[in-house]
Structure formats: structure tokens, C-alpha cells
Design a protein around this ligand. Structure first.
Ligand code: SF4
Length: 394
């Protein structure tokens, strides 16, 4: 970020302790690099490991919980940095990317907690070190429309929509406090990508931290079906492409529209997910609020004597831009990147029909679209009135 005018220098040591993801933060180690094996095994690094595990587990529970780790807040700058390195290393070797994405959201939120109150010179310094594209001039930041859209698109708050920004000559100007929120998104993106680790390193991390991975699996369990509907594990790999894409969007900590959030909760309820599983689906949302999410999930699932609201039909999802039958080029697996032929069968009109055709079980409700696909039963209503899980917005 280029800065017009003067700005006081920022102490690099305190900066790196608070923002350990910044390039150059390894200066906290005084020029003595720590090897992966040392960080994983040596007794001298037990404290950074313990705090690193606390970072990982707190993020798995609640993306806002990193603010409340007392040992982290009280630790010396180099220990904090090493605990960050340890957490990132371990999660890059995790069997599933979900925990890394959740942690990236949590670390970005922790960074934002300070950035939002930071003096202008600190904001400038962070932006410069992150290569944030824009110019800071007094209390505002100006950046290209394309850069703005890239950073703001996962942000759900209405005031970040491009239509609400003053655009001149292809440039957008936002107040500094909003630039802090854009920086949060830039941080989340950079941390959500795993470190490129060689196979022997992955194996070593998994062996050394098997207990932590076990704890993570208990805190982030595989979806479980409700007794009477779909006892046992839900068949997530047989969910339709639209639903899988909605889940990936939230896991990455990106924005999912109201229609998508509502449909996801209603779908998960109809395929038998319990309330915990449905709430968990929203934990990665940038604006996740546990109590609000629980309230809204309860509202959606208790409707109509527990039948819940009807998930949207394929036509409705297409009109909202949520159908993913053509494939998702950003998906991590080839199966999700390619076109799904089942979705192109004329008879397929509802995501629940898709799940049943792939062998899944859904709640049997007359006329709700969950009947056999061959019956031609029309899906019922689409988006029912209600609020969006995780934020409480309508
Ligand atoms: S065709 Fe229907 S089930 Fe398939 S991805 Fe689109 S909305 Fe989902």
C-alpha cells in the first residue's frame, strides 16, 4: 500500500508478535531458524507447542475464541510466533482441510480485533507488508475496483457491496476502518492455504500430533444423522453439487447468500442431520455467531411440527446462482470440478431428489419434493420466510 503524507514508524517486534503471519516475522527468532523436527520434538519448544495446540482447538470451537487464550496473550513475542508456526504446520498436515480453514478465519478475526483499533500508521504498515493493493490517504483507502471486488466478495455486510461504494475512474475509496476489514479477508485467504509439506513431514506431524488430531476430530465430528431419519453417518459425498459447494463456501470462511444459508440448513434437516451438525456447518462463516445460529437453526428445523422449512428447488437455486451442476472450477476434488450428469436429467427438480437417487435417506413428507424422483412429485415451496443462520439477518 502506498501512503501519502507522513507516518510514524511502528515497532517491528510488537507488530510481529501480534501479526505473526507477516513476512519478516521470523526476525523474532533472532536469526536462529527452528527446524520442523525441533519444533515438533524438542523439549525447549514444549510451551510454543502447547499454545499452538490451544490456538488450533480454540479456533475449532469458535472462530472468535483466539482472543481468550490467556497463555497466548501472556507469552513472549518469540513464543507467540512459534506457537503460530506450530499451529500452521500441524494444520497443513491435517487429514482434512476443514480445521485449517476454520483456524484461518479465527486468526484473521484475531488480527482484525487489533487492526480495527490500530492507529493509521500501524494499519499502513500491515497493509504495506501484506502487499495490500491500494493507497492510504489520511483516513481513507483507495484501490482498484478489481482488487476491491476480490477482497470484498466474501464479506457479507451490505455496506461492503460494490454498488454502495463511490467509484471514480475505476477506483474505490473506503474509510480506513473498512480497509481493516478488507485486510482481515486478505489474512484469511493467505492462511487458508496449507503449507507445501513433503510426505515425510506430513507423516511425522501426524505421528507426533495424533492426540491433537483425535481431539480435533471429536470437536469437528463427521455429520451424524438423527435417529428415525438417517441413523449413522450422513452421506456427505452424495449430497448434490449445490449443497457441497455451499458447505465448501462456508468452510473457507467466505460469504454465502441468505438463500444459500437457508437452503443449506433446511436441506441438512431433511436429510436427517442433528442440530449440532447443522450449526457446525456455519462455524466457518465470516460472521458466525453461535447463539444466533442456534436460534435460527431451531426456527428452521422446528417449523411445521419439526418437518422444517422446505429446501429450495433446483429452479429456485438456479435463479439465485446457487446451482453447481456445471462444476466448480475452484473445488479441490476432480469430482466437484466436473459437470454432474445426474443434475441434467429432466426429471431432477430438487436437491433432495438428487440425494435419494444417490442412496441417501430423507424425511418422508407428502408433496415436499423428497418423494421418489420417478413419482414426478413437484417440489414444494422454495425459500420460506425466516432469518439466515449465523447472522440473524433476514
Ligand atoms: S441441478 Fe439441482 S441438485 Fe443439481 S446442483 Fe443444480 S440445484 Fe443442485
Amino acid at each position: 500500500m502506498a501512503v501519502r503524507g507522513t507516518s510514524a514508524p511502528v515497532d517491528a517486534g510488537s507488530l510481529f508478535a501480534e501479526y505473526p503471519f507477516l513476512p519478516g516475522a521470523d526476525a523474532l527468532l533472532g536469526g536462529e531458524p527452528v527446524s520442523v523436527r525441533s519444533l515438533l520434538e524438542e523439549a525447549a519448544y514444549e510451551r510454543p507447542r502447547a499454545i499452538g495446540r490451544a490456538r488450533v482447538l480454540a479456533a475449532a470451537d469458535d472462530p472468535r475464541a483466539l482472543h481468550d487464550i490467556d497463555e497466548l496473550n501472556a507469552a513472549a513475542a518469540d513464543v507467540r510466533y512459534l506457537s503460530f508456526l506450530f499451529a500452521r504446520l500441524v494444520l497443513s498436515a491435517a487429514p482434512s482441510p476443514a480445521a485449517l480453514r476454520r483456524w484461518a478465519v479465527a486468526e484473521a478475526k484475531r488480527g482484525y480485533g487489533r487492526l480495527a483499533r490500530a492507529p493509521a500508521n500501524e494499519l499502513e504498515e500491515i497493509a504495506r507488508r501484506l502487499g495490500f493493493p491500494g493507497e492510504l490517504d489520511g483516513g481513507s483507502v483507495t484501490l482498484d475496483v478489481a482488487d476491491y471486488v476480490r477482497l470484498a466478495s466474501p464479506i457479507r455486510e451490505a455496506e461492503f457491496r460494490l454498488a454502495r461504494q463511490p467509484v471514480r475512474a475505476g477506483r474505490v475509496t473506503v474509510p480506513a476502518v473498512r480497509a481493516a476489514r478488507l485486510l482481515q479477508e486478505a489474512i484469511r485467504r493467505s492462511l487458508a492455504s496449507p503449507l507445501p509439506l513433503a510426505e515425510p513431514v506430513v507423516a511425522l506431524v501426524r505421528e507426533r500430533e495424533a492426540e491433537l488430531f483425535g481431539d480435533l476430530a471429536r470437536r469437528m465430528p463427521a455429520p451424524v444423522g438423527r435417529a428415525g431419519v438417517a441413523p449413522g453417518a450422513l452421506l456427505r459425498d452424495r449430497f448434490p453439487p449445490c449443497i457441497r459447494k455451499m458447505q465448501r463456501t462456508l468452510e473457507k470462511g467466505e460469504n454465502l447468500s441468505h438463500a444459500g444459508r437457508f437452503c443449506l440448513a433446511a436441506f441438512l434437516h431433511r436429510v436427517g442431520a442433528d442440530a449440532e451438525t447443522i450449526v457446525d456447518a456455519y462455524r466457518g462463516a465470516p460472521d458466525f455467531d453461535e447463539s444466533v445460529t442456534r436460534y435460527q437453526v431451531d426456527h428452521i428445523t422446528s417449523h411445521h411440527d419439526g418437518a422444517g422449512y422446505e429446501p429450495a428447488s433446483c429452479d429456485t437455486l438456479r435463479s439465485h446462482g446457487l446451482c453447481a451442476r456445471e462444476g466448480d472450477p475452484t473445488a479441490p476434488t476432480p469430482a466437484d470440478r466436473g459437470r454432474d450428469e445426474l443434475c441434467f436429467r429432466p426429471v431432477l427438480r430438487h436437491p433432495l431428489q438428487y440425494y435419494r437417487l444417490r442412496g441417501g435417506t430423507t424425511m418422508e413428507l407428502p408433496g415436499d419434493g423428497s418423494g421418489p424422483v420417478t413419482s414426478g412429485a413437484a417440489p414444494g415451496t422454495s425459500d420460506a420466510p425466516g432469518r439466515t443462520p449465523s447472522t440473524g439477518r433476514r
